[in-house]
Write a protein that binds this ligand. Structure first.
Ligand SMILES: [Zn+2]
Length: 133
C-alpha cells in the first residue's frame, strides 16, 4: 500500500468533483465539518489490482467515513452502489466502468485525475456490452 499515492488520488478526486460528495453533492471542502469526508476505493482496497488500487480512476471522495454518511451507505448498499459505478466488481476495470455523480451525470474517470462525461448513447453502448449473454 502506498499512502502518498492514495493522498494524491484523493486530492485529484476532490478537484475533479469540485469538492462535492460524489453521491449526494454535499460540499466537503472543509473536512472538519460533520460528517467529514473520506476517500473510497471503487474497486475495494483489499481486492483491487495493485496497479489501480490508489489510482485516481479508482478513488472517489464521499461524505462520511467507512461507516457514516455516503461512504457508510455505499458499503451497506453494495448492489445499488455497483449500479452507480461507486463499487467496481473484481474483473472489471475502474477506468472503463462509468460512475454516476450527484447531478445524475455519468463519467469515465481517467488515470490522470480528470473525467470524461459520457453521452447517453455512449452510456447505453457500454451498458449493452456489459450485459451478460
Ligand atoms: Zn454524501
Amino acid at each position: 500500500m502506498n499512502d502518498a499515492e492514495f493522498q494524491a488520488a484523493k486530492r485529484a478526486a476532490l478537484v475533479r468533483q469540485g469538492h462535492h460528495c460524489q453521491r449526494c453533492g454535499r460540499n466537503v471542502h472543509d473536512p472538519a465539518l460533520w460528517p467529514g469526508r473520506s476517500g473510497h476505493h471503487r474497486q475495494l482496497r483489499r481486492t483491487a489490482d495493485p496497479q489501480v488500487r490508489h489510482s485516481p480512476e479508482n478513488i472517489i471522495v464521499l461524505c462520511g467515513s467507512g461507516t457514516t454518511g455516503c461512504h457508510g451507505w455505499i458499503h451497506v448498499h453494495v448492489a445499488e452502489a455497483r449500479r452507480n459505478g461507486w463499487i467496481v466488481p473484481v474483473g472489471s476495470e475502474p477506468a472503463s466502468t462509468p460512475v454516476r455523480d450527484w447531478t445524475g451525470r455519468w463519467q469515465l474517470l481517467l488515470p490522470d485525475g480528470t473525467a470524461r462525461t459520457l453521452t447517453p448513447g455512449e452510456l447505453i453502448a457500454i451498458r449493452t456490452k456489459e450485459e451478460p449473454q
